[in-house]
Design a protein around this ligand. Structure first.
Ligand code: MTE
Ligand code: MO
Length: 320
């Protein structure tokens, strides 16, 4: 984290790790990891393909990782939704380079004992980074498999000591129209805001990611820190967070404000509840080719066993 970010975000083809090579090295790491439990090992030491200063040290979390094939680094960093940089999928890659994610601080406020402005490094213990391979399922009915590097959001929240009446956590993305050309147009009500119930925020699957494919996040993926909630539609996973607020009332969310009949607060992945304008029953895996067959979408994006209990007794048709 103390390294200096490359000012240019252009990805050279030599930096794109083929998934097979990456997975191979990951399994070597896993073997070493089992021998010396708890030791985070940098997988890419002396590795010329990945020799750049943005690498992170982490240990793989197999319990919470899918074994599905990874999307390529290129797919994950060139096909993005980040409206602060524009509404086209290629805009965040093309227009994200003016954004400066370092230094970074986060303002914590509301119903917590520890509030104030924190440096990124005070919130995130870089010695505790884990890799989690999660599916990301966009509400637009496409999906990817991404090897995130991050820490459980719960570990950050515990440090901040929320009070008993903190029932929700609200997040806000930085507002910097000079560095984020999409914010100069009213595509959404800026800044982008999102929220979770405290239970969702404390769930062990919920992470704050600071990297992917073993490297620090590029701007287009939400540098320097973004939420990843794998059982919810992608839009809940707010990027480039610089405000966290604990509150007793349900927070407003950007997509709910912009189209309340299309995007609810929960936004759990649910193949049974169609978006008003299209079906959510299937999804297109990015990278499978435009004519690649669509695959069925799973309830809670495949994480039902872990999270369905959070919503027992709630009608997921009415609360979408
Ligand atoms: N601040 C902010 N966060 C955001 C978005 C955005 O436009 N602005 N888009 C969301 C949507 S719709 C998706 S699908 C995911 C995409 O994450 P990725 O580009 O890293 O795959 O980011 C989410 N987080
Ligand atoms: Mo999305």
């Amino acid at each position: 984290m103390s390294s200096i970010r490359k000012s240019k975000q252009v990805i050279k083809s030599s930096e794109i790790t083929p998934e097979s090579v990456y997975l191979n090295r990951r399994s070597v790491l896993q073997t070493i990891g089992t021998l010396s439990t708890g030791l985070a090992i940098n997988l890419f030491v002396n590795d010329s393909i990945n020799a750049n200063e943005n690498q992170l040290t982490f240990s793989p979390n197999n319990k919470y990782s899918t074994t599905e094939s990874l999307n390529s680094y290129e797919d994950i960093t060139t096909y993005n939704n980040f409206y602060e940089f524009g509404m086209q999928k290629s805009d965040p890659y093309n227009y994200g380079s003016q954004f400066e994610p370092k230094p970074w601080s986060v303002k914590v406020s509301g119903e917590a004992n520890k509030t104030g402005v924190f440096d990124l490094d005070d919130l995130i213990d870089i010695n505790a980074l884990e890799e989690r391979i999660y599916r990301l399922r966009c509400v637009e009915a496409w999906s990817m498999v991404i090897p995130w590097v991050g820490i459980p959001l719960a570990s950050i929240i515990k440090k901040l000591q929320p009070k008993l009446n903190a029932k929700y956590v609200a997040f806000e993305t930085v507002y910097r129209p000079k560095q984020m050309p999409g914010q100069r147009r009213p595509a959404l009500d800026w800044p982008y805001i999102e929220g979770l119930t405290m239970q969702e925020a404390m769930h062990p699957l919920t992470i704050i990611a600071v990297g992917l494919y073993g490297k620090e996040l590029l701007n287009q993926n939400g540098a320097p820190m973004r939420l990843v909630v794998p059982w919810k539609y992608g839009f809940k996973s707010i990027k480039s967070i610089n405000k966290i607020h604990f509150q007793s009332k349900k927070p407003l969310t950007s997509w709910n404000i912009s189209a309340p009949n299309e995007y609810g607060f929960l936004a759990n992945v649910n193949p049974e509840v169609d978006h008003p304008r299209w079906s959510q029953a299937r999804e297109r895996r990015i990278g499978a080719g435009f004519f690649g067959t669509k695959q069925p979408t799973l309830m809670f994006n495949g994480y039902a066993e872990d999270v369905a209990n959070l919503y027992s007794g709630i009608s997921l048709r009415r609360n979408f």
